[in-house]
Design a protein around this ligand. Structure first.
Ligand SMILES: Nc1ncnc2c1ncn2[C@@H]1O[C@H](COP(=O)(O)OP(=O)(O)OP(=O)(O)O)[C@@H](O)[C@H]1O
Ligand SMILES: [Mg+2]
Length: 252
């Protein structure tokens, strides 16, 4: 579905991505981890052209997304993006947050957009909040609405950049559970996250980044039990603790 071929990214004279070469197939769930400043956000931002790249190619559904004739709005409809900060349209109801893009960009009817909004809110457990304003929702609820809003565009691929790091601890698992159910439905996802329990349970592969390089691309079992790169080992020692969160309620 998505191929990154020797991606190089510079911020002025800072080499932020160094020859990243990797791919993801339909239905895979990749968790991207690595120390702060390693290039995780930069990497996933390049996938919807939120960042320019200076070398290499990114092929999404066999098309070069940096080609001149690519319609960036269409690309961003195919690739959903959920950020750390919830980024809802604050002056609009939950319903309108979910219907605006489908009506304006996809050109579907208001009735159909409404029906789909309700269906998606059910999926994230928030159908009762359809007429609420974002400001009256908790952080966890807002993030679930943000996920539903991205899904309303019927994306082929979903990107998440630390979707739970801005949440109070008690709200983390509700968002992880929504992501887990998406994974079960077969959604292709790339998730930057420090939730190693989630990564272990839900991912098909883990990408480990350090200093702009993608150093590991491994199934979770292998990554957590026997990472090949010493820097990955060090990272795991630093972040994984025995009480590390699992997403067990849905896993049962
Ligand atoms: N707009 C920018 N201009 C210049 N340098 C930047 C810019 N954005 C990021 N960088 C630098 O690029 C490097 C990678 O940043 P990035 O945000 O991708 O890291 P990250 O792995 O997502 O880190 P974190 O875990 O803290 O979110 C960092 O050294 C950062 O300072
Ligand atoms: Mg980041």
């Amino acid at each position: 579905m998505l191929k990154l071929q020797k991606i190089d990214k510079w911020y002025d004279d800072y080499h932020a991505l160094k020859g990243v070469d990797v791919e993801i197939k339909k239905g895979e769930v990749v968790v991207v981890c690595g120390p702060s400043g390693s290039g995780k956000s930069t990497l996933i931002r390049t996938l919807t052209r939120l960042e320019a790249i200076q070398g290499g190619r990114i092929l999404f559904e066999d098309k070069d997304i940096y080609a001149r004739n690519v319609d960036v709005n269409k690309l961003r409809a195919r690739v959903g993006f959920v950020f750390q900060s919830f980024n809802l349209f604050q002056n609009m109801s939950v319903r309108n947050n979910l219907t605006l893009g489908p009506v304006k960009v996809l050109g579907i009817s208001r009735d159909e957009a409404n029906a789909r909004a309700l269906e998606l809110l059910k999926k994230v457990g928030l159908e009762k909040k359809i007429d609420a304003m974002p400001a009256n929702l908790s952080g966890g609820q807002q993030q679930r609405v943000a996920i539903a809003r991205a899904l309303a565009m019927q994306p082929a691929l979903m990107l998440f950049d630390e979707p739970t790091s801005a949440l109070d601890p008690e709200m983390v698992s509700e968002v992880l559970q929504v992501m887990q159910s998406l994974a079960r439905d077969g959604m292709t996802m790339i998730i930057v996250s420090h939730e190693m329990g989630f990564a272990r349970e839900v991912s098909s592969r883990v990408w480990f980044m350090d200093n702009g390089e993608l150093l590991e691309d491994a199934p979770p079992d292998q990554f957590f039990s026997n990472p090949t790169h010493p820097r990955a080992r060090k990272f795991l020692q630093d972040v994984v603790r025995p009480h590390d969160r699992a997403v067990s309620p849905l896993a049962a």
